[in-house]
Design a protein around this ligand. Structure first.
Ligand SMILES: C[C@H](O)[C@H](O)[C@H]1CNC2=NC(N)=NC(=O)C2=N1
Length: 96
């Protein structure tokens, strides 16, 4: 059963996701890539993960800067689905 997480729960979960931060009713990670093509490749990798999870981030792409924003739309806030996908996204971000 997917449950809405409290702000405290989110902050606790983010201790293991140091690249992410709570923003309003979502969690966000901003990534600086080395080029626009690399940004698009990264977004495509995330798209595969999202599709497999049936859970999709909002994605903002500005040249080499990509922001992933996760919340569970059906719950109006952050759930463990967002926390889990954030961890998967970390796994496909190129290390600088
Ligand atoms: C029917 C389908 O399972 C839902 O629309 C999924 C699709 N992807 C989703 N992604 C996100 N971020 N939140 C959702 O509530 C959600 N729901």
């Amino acid at each position: 059963m997917t449950e809405l997480l409290s702000e405290q729960d989110v902050d606790e979960a983010l201790r293991s996701l140091p690249e992410w931060r709570r923003v309003d009713d979502a969690i966000e990670r901003r990534v600086e890539l080395t080029s626009f093509p690399e940004a698009i490749e990264t977004v495509n990798r995330v798209a595969e993960l999202a599709e497999a999870a049936n859970h999709h981030p909002d994605i903002d792409i500005r040249w080499r800067t990509v922001t992933f924003r996760l919340s569970t739309h059906s719950h109006g806030g952050v759930t463990n689905k967002d926390i889990a996908l954030a961890g998967e996204i970390d796994g496909v971000i190129p290390s600088v």
